[in-house]
Design a protein around this ligand. Structure first.
Ligand SMILES: *Cc1c(COP(=O)(O)O)cnc(C)c1O
Length: 400
């Protein structure tokens, strides 16, 4: 293997990250608080809530008031140690307790579901729909009705914008409102994506972001909780800093956590925010490349926006082969591995995971088929001409 490895998605620094870290050192803010933490939160807030809505969006809201209800124009961001921590706090803030049930998209990374179990609650998994591979409105409603009939109304819905593709925002939130169940929007993979001009990470009662090493931007490890209510941000930070009561000594009336982001990590985040949109553009170019490469292959679809109201950051480009066809994504994976190019099957659905084998599931096989026939391809914003041509020739050779 003479060529260096091409990864699915690797960290891509913009250049100014060091500047913010140096400042932290100069001022001795080497702690889980400080100017970078506040600055990063402000950067995220400005990005997610640019302050005003376009007239096109105002019209959209007039046409469909349910889209707006409960959605303020500005939200608050709390920087945390991980996306998983953000989900854990979001569930606590939704009042999830031992014995409760929480609905969760099955086709996702385990981190979407694990915090439900941290709280002693039970995940109830819901299948995907074909267009976006995200939570199916049909099975979501079926699950809600059935759980209510069985005597327990679910406490929250965790919906995921998988691989950066927005879920069916309007349908999902209309159902959530109908049954008055809060949505926790897992936007860990979708910073930079939007739906009808509105950024992913702003739709949920609570939304979460991740800045892990392989995500669209990284702080080396980190996450954020977004909420519409400033009191909820305050409460999240209270819980994330060991739940200290207001007293000169250490006094606690509640169980707390150590979930705040460090000022060093936040410095990396500030530098990354400066290049976020440029990096999204690069990932979208990678997606275009794959669209072209597979354009003549009838059995293969490159996952893409179902309508022009969707805007996907294409964190990872996903291809899906026809079930039972001659194109086997696993063969492509092994072929690419030979030339040191990484590719990976989609997330294995949670209802098929040994650890969740007793959890209820509502669906008809869409997530399972996606897992069986799907593949994620290298999509990093740092892939240059050379890497692209290596990827192209490898895929073209495989297709021959
Ligand atoms: C990465 C990820 C998370 C967890 O984020 P961490 O920062 O790694 O804890 C949650 N949900 C999804 C869908 C993710 O991809």
């Amino acid at each position: 293997m003479s060529y260096p490895k091409i990864y699915l998605s690797s960290p891509h620094m913009g250049g100014n990250e060091r500047k913010y870290i140096d400042e932290a050192f100069e001022q001795n803010w080497i702690a889980p608080l400080g100017p970078n933490v506040n600055g990063f939160e402000q950067d995220l807030k400005n990005y997610l809530f640019p302050g005003h809505f376009s007239s096109r969006m105002e019209k959209e809201y007039e046409r469909n008031p349910s889209f707006r209800r409960g959605q303020g124009e500005v939200g608050e961001v709390a920087a945390l140690s991980s996306g998983t921590a953000a989900l854990h706090l979001a569930l606590i803030l939704c009042g999830v307790e031992r014995g409760d049930e929480v609905l969760c998209q099955s086709l996702t990374f385990a981190a979407s579901a694990n915090p439900i179990v941290y709280l002693g609650a039970t995940p109830v998994f819901v299948d995907s729909e074909e267009d976006t591979l995200n939570i199916s409105p049909e099975f979501l409603e079926e699950a809600i009705k059935d759980r209510i009939q069985k005597g327990k109304k679910p406490k929250a819905i965790i919906a995921v914008h998988l691989y950066g593709m927005p879920y069916k925002v309007e349908e999902i939130h209309a159902i959530a409102e109908k049954y008055e169940i809060p949505v926790i929007e897992d936007s860990a993979e979708a910073l930079g994506s939007s739906y009808k001009g509105r950024k992913c990470g702003t739709f949920g009662e609570f939304s979460i972001l991740s800045f892990n090493g392989n995500k669209i931007i990284t702080t080396s490890g980190g996450g954020a909780l977004v909420s519409k209510d400033p009191k909820m941000k305050e409460r999240a930070i209270f819980l994330a800093t060991q739940a200290r009561d207001a007293a000169p000594h250490y006094q606690h009336s509640e169980i707390g956590y150590n979930y705040r982001m460090s000022n060093i990590c936040a410095g990396i985040g500030r530098g990354q925010m400066e290049v976020l949109d440029a990096h999204v553009a690069k990932r979208r170019e990678m997606n275009k490349l794959y669209l072209e490469l597979f354009s003549t292959v009838k059995e293969v679809t490159v996952l893409n926006e179902p309508e022009n109201t969707y805007f996907c950051n294409h964190w990872l480009t996903v291809i899906k082969a026809e079930d039972g066809g001659t194109f086997k994504t696993n063969d492509l994976r092994l072929f690419l591995e030979e030339v040191n190019i990484e590719s990976r099957p989609l997330w294995k659905p949670m209802h098929l995971q040994p650890v969740f084998k007793n959890a209820p599931f509502y669906g008809n096989g869409v997530a399972e088929a996606a897992f069986k026939n799907g593949l994620c391809l290298p999509s990093g914003s740092n892939l240059g001409e050379e890497e692209r041509s290596r990827i192209s020739s490898a895929i073209l050779k495989f297709l021959q």
